[in-house]
Design a protein around this ligand. Structure first.
Ligand code: NAP
Length: 712
């Protein structure tokens, strides 16, 4: 089974059999907010070469580097979604440009494109960034050469992304073929259009509008193209299963353990890595490229009692001339854990070469690009510490590639199972949901010894982590505050206990200057030499700000650390009230929730001050785990949405007084529950049914009067 064990580029497009040879170049354009769309676009670019194509890649914001008005080669868009279903900031200009009403309906009639939209079903307006671009391109006459993919971060982007990329090559091949026979070019791209894509994919004649659902069903495997060559458990020497048949990361049970497997195609390797024995000691963190600034942490305060369920920490950063507004966030660079990097080096037998300079070249004949995430001549230790994400669960393509470097046949079989279509449920439970990282896999599969080049090809870029500003520079000039809970990942059979990559690192980083709750003296200032440093980059929000009109009422909902941006809003409002004594200010409402009044009521004193001095008209707090009072009655509702439901006037403030609603917090449950409650109170207020309430809420979103800042 050549494609299973070999890396021979069996997917090459046979252009010589095309009617006439065409330059198989296409353009990739990405609009990325947090780097996901960019890394998927880069992945497509890299895979292009092994499929016999040449790809140019650009960020949508670099409009001088591409010209869609005259682009006759196929274009592949990868577009993420941000905020309330907005295109990412980097795509905003492009969207404005194509939305220009004076463009004629055939403006893009020459354009053949495919679009992969990224989103999260936990957010409102799933994939709307991509959908906005897609529908406008259609209105302007552009044609799909391949059906649009909608990938859901809520369930795992790779569920759609991997099959979508896999199908792209065939669609491109057909597109180039029909371009070559250009007489028919305009009339027949139908083999690759959405309807046929579904027919081809599922082998049925039905039309499905939800591509994301159907993509699951795609036959991606080698068995599709190499019938009869599936891997079966018989074809590999499988060790006898233990008598207690319980599936785990390391072991499967029937039927999977006895099943033939459809595994993803093996991506051809394209990198060659050399380690030069030059000492590169001394590198500590990435330089100021990409807009990062090294700043001091001037204060760190624990906001929760030691026995609280979660530990919340507030940091004050000295940002001198970095401007921001409440509602903005900051990206923070964090390194991988030194102990994990060390163990990885040891495991790969590279410990003695950790200070060597890394030189990365493309393999001969490869037309892929060297990933930008790997700096030339950085030390091996530096690259593993600051440039590559080693904590994220390896995707199926990576697991597939690791299997090829696994000696023991039963270990290899298990890795193949985990990346196979049949083993999807096991992959989800034992890899993705278990937060298993590369090191966990290497621990579980001791005979797996991948080369460094494989790691560099597959490990994604280490992304910064974003935190909302929890302050206003009117109140704290030259400073920004932010707050985070230290994420605790308990021990599991697949890995030892650990803390979240950035929150755990930050907690350790500030441990020497951390003040326990209630102990920080107001005048306390650390000497600058004692202040830990951190690299930050502002990440402005385009919409999540207080209304410019001071008289607009504001309703805020933010339990837990979701209160962060509202602390910034209220500090700003407090200062605005001091400065504009004559002005009329709209009412302000804050719905906050925590577990226990005395353990994790974040910013309690400050919030009570706001309520006391009128900055906050209504402070409404609930405690989800406090005991009933002495009389046995539970006074407070459990969650913010219960208070929100029962608060008089909120609906009329939003509808009649044209107020603004802000919700900040967890993507999974809270924001959905609050949204349901909003529908209920608006339905009650206006005496309308749910459908009409949904339309009213959609209107609020449209007018940017219902804004969500959702974090997963
Ligand atoms: P948390 O401490 O886990 O929870 C706060 C309160 O919310 C608890 O009382 C909890 O109750 C309750 N809660 C649980 N499920 C709920 C639901 N469905 N509806 C309403 N309330 C619910 O909160 P957290 O860890 O701070 O998380 C807040 C979210 O805000 C996170 O997603 C975080 O990423 C995000 N966020 C963070 C920042 C930042 O800059 N760090 C900024 C903005 C937002 P029980 O536990 O008793 O069920």
């Amino acid at each position: 089974s050549g494609r299973i064990s070999g890396r021979d580029g069996a997917n090459q497009v046979d252009f010589y059999s095309m009617p006439c040879e065409v330059a198989a170049r296409f353009l990739i354009l990405y609009g990325s907010q947090r780097g996901q769309a960019q890394s998927i676009a880069e992945e497509i670019c890299q895979q292009a070469a092994e499929h016999g194509f040449t790809a140019d890649i650009n960020c949508l914001s670099n409009q001088h580097k591409y010209n869609l008005d005259s682009e006759i080669q196929p274009v592949v868009f990868v577009v993420s979604t941000t905020g309330d279903g907005d295109p990412p900031d980097t795509a905003q200009k492009f969207v404005r440009k194509i939305k220009n009403k004076s463009l004629p309906h055939n403006h893009f009639s020459h354009l053949h494109y495919a679009l992969l939209a990224l989103g999260d079903t936990n957010y409102a307006n799933f994939c709307n960034g991509g959908k906005t671009i897609d529908s406008r391109l259609q209105q302007l006459g552009a044609k799909h050469f391949y059906a649009t993919g909608h990938a859901d971060d809520g369930t795992g982007l790779e569920v759609v992304v991997d099959p979508w990329i896999e199908g792209l090559w065939d669609a491109l091949k057909k597109t180039f073929s029909s371009m070559a026979t250009s007489d028919q070019q305009d009339t027949d791209l139908s083999d690759c259009t959405q309807d046929n894509f579904h027919k081809n994919a599922s082998g049925q004649e039905k039309y499905k509008s939800d591509l994301e659902v159907d993509l699951h069903l795609l036959k991606l495997s080698e068995t599709d193209s190499q019938k009869g060559k599936a891997i079966t458990s018989d074809s590999i020497d499988v060790e006898t299963l233990s008598t207690v048949l319980v599936a785990s990361l390391k072991q499967s049970v029937p039927p999977l353990s006895e099943s033939a497997l459809n595994v993803p195609a093996l991506p051809a390797s394209y990198l060659e890595v050399r380690l030069e024995k030059v000492s590169t000691e001394g590198e500590t963190v990435p330089s100021d490229k990409d807009g990062y600034h090294e700043v001091s942490i001037s204060k760190a305060v624990q906001l929760t009692q030691d026995d609280a369920v979660k530990t919340a920490i507030s940091l004050e950063l000295d940002i001198s001339n970095l401007a921001y507004q409440p509602g903005d966030a900051f990206d923070i660079l964090c390194p991988n854990r030194a102990s994990e990097v060390e163990e990885l080096l040891l495991r790969l037998d590279l410990q003695t070469q950790k200070n060597c300079a890394v030189q990365v070249n493309l393999l001969k004949n490869s037309t892929a690009k060297i990933p930008l995430r790997i700096p030339q001549n950085g030390s091996l230790q530096f690259i593993l510490t600051w440039c590559l994400e080693i904590r994220r669960a390896p995707n199926k393509a990576f697991v597939r590639a690791l299997a090829d470097f696994t000696q023991n046949s039963s270990e290899k079989r298990r890795l193949l199972e985990l990346c196979s279509k049949e083993g999807s449920a096991d992959y989800n439970s034992f890899v993705r949901d278990a937060n298993v990282c590369l090191l966990d896999l290497l621990r579980a599969f001791p005979s797996c010894l991948p080369p460094l080049s494989l790691l560099f090809e597959h490990l994604p870029k280490l992304q910064p982590r974003a935190y909302s500003a929890a302050s206003s520079s009117l109140q704290h000039p030259g400073k920004v505050h932010f707050v985070f809970n230290v994420v605790e990942l308990p021990a599991r059979p697949e890995h030892p206990a650990r803390t979240g990559l950035c929150t755990g690192w930050l907690a350790g980083h500030v441990s020497s200057i951390l003040w326990p709750l209630g102990t920080v003296p107001a005048s306390e200032r650390l000497g600058t030499s004692a202040q830990p440093k951190v690299h930050v980059r502002p990440r402005p929000s385009s919409t999540f700000h207080l209304p410019a009109d001071l008289s607009v009422p504001v309703v805020m909902v933010g339990p837990g650390t979701g209160v962060a941006p509202f602390i910034g809003f209220l500090q700003q409002r407090e200062k605005e009230r001091e400065a504009n004594q004559e002005a009329t200010f709209g009412e302000t409402w804050l719905f906050f929730g925590c577990r226990h009044k005395d353990k994790d009521f974040l910013f309690r004193e400050e919030l009570e001050r706001f309520a006391h001095n009128g900055t906050l008209s209504h402070l409404i707090v609930c405690f989800s785990r406090d005991e009933p009072d002495a009389a046995g009655t539970v006074n407070s509702p459990t969650y913010v949405q219960h208070n929100f439901l029962h608060a008089k006037n909120v609906a009329s403030i939003l509808i009649k007084d044209k107020g603004s609603l802000y919700v900040c917090g967890d993507a999974k449950n809270m924001t959905k529950d609050v949204n349901d409650t909003l529908l209920e109170i608006i339905g009650n207020e206006l005496q309308i049914d749910k459908l009409d309430a949904m339309k009213t809420v959609a209107g609020l979103r449209e007018e940017k009067r219902y804004l969500q800042d959702i974090w997963s």
